[in-house]
Design a binder for this molecule. Sequence first.
Ligand code: BMA
Length: 333
Amino acid sequence: MSKIMDKPLPNIPWQEKPEGCTAPVWRYTENPIIPRDAIPSSNSVFNSAVVPFGKGFAGLFRCDSKSVSMDLFAGFSEDGIHWTIHHDPISFEGDSEVIRREYRYDPRVCFIGDRYYISWCNGYHGPTIGLGWTFDFQTFHQSENAFLPYNRNGVLFPRKIGGNYAILSRPSDTGHTPFGDIFYSESPDLIFWGKHRYVMGTVPGDASAWQSKKIGPGPIPIETDEGWLLIYHGVIQTCNGFVYRMGCALLDRDKPWKVKCRSKYYILGPQEYYECVGDVPNVTFPCAALTDADTGRIAIYYGCADTVTGLAFTTADELINYMKQHPLEEDKA
Ligand code: BMA
């Protein structure tokens, strides 16, 4: 059994794998867990992040308003399934030149040391990676943008690597980027970033066509004794637009830009009605995962059709065995 190198989380949301299910990831039977109108102002609540907090859970939620502006809202839950989301977006303390909001979306939350760090797609003369932190999900501090525009999907590692903070990101363009590979960077202080390394990219041809157009990191990487378990999104371009699915990879623990294994098959894709129909059809977009080290259980939170939020379950063994059974040979280290 592969071991998750993190704390136990006995109250992780969980349902057993349905009998006869051959997929490595299975959906919560009551999906979606968060409807599009969860708060009075929301048009949609989707690509969002949750973490254990106190006796329950806290999160940052991407709520697009009825004018379709994109912002981050704090929310709390006792069981990780039923959420109370604040009606007003979070506001940041910090340098006035940096905290000026254009738009904020697709948050990730990562506990490192003594606080919850937040990364998100931050409008700053184009999309880039905003960084901030909170201790309590009441007061939020914004620091410097990690990178120049254009970049999306900044995902921190939950501990320092080689003495530095570490992040994955996906350089992009101003629009609905028709390309995208995953890169790794390090920082001594979460302000100055360097040591940029290529991690992995799209797959040409039809070897693994669901990830042929662009890929991007999803939840905070999960440390296991076999490597960093990365859940990511992969995109194919079809005659009706982009389709977003989830895949997984194992990255080297000390040199996470080295890919040890990567799934040729997707692990979850749009199939249910709420994943196929919505403001942007055919999107499953993971931004967070809870883990329980004692059992290897993983609960994945993902945006569905850019409209609602879904929950799905797997285990470290399910994902690692699946990618070993169905590896993408080209990217083996
Ligand atoms: C990406 C991001 C995500 C979104 C996805 C599908 O480029 O904007 O927020 O879920 O497209 O529309």
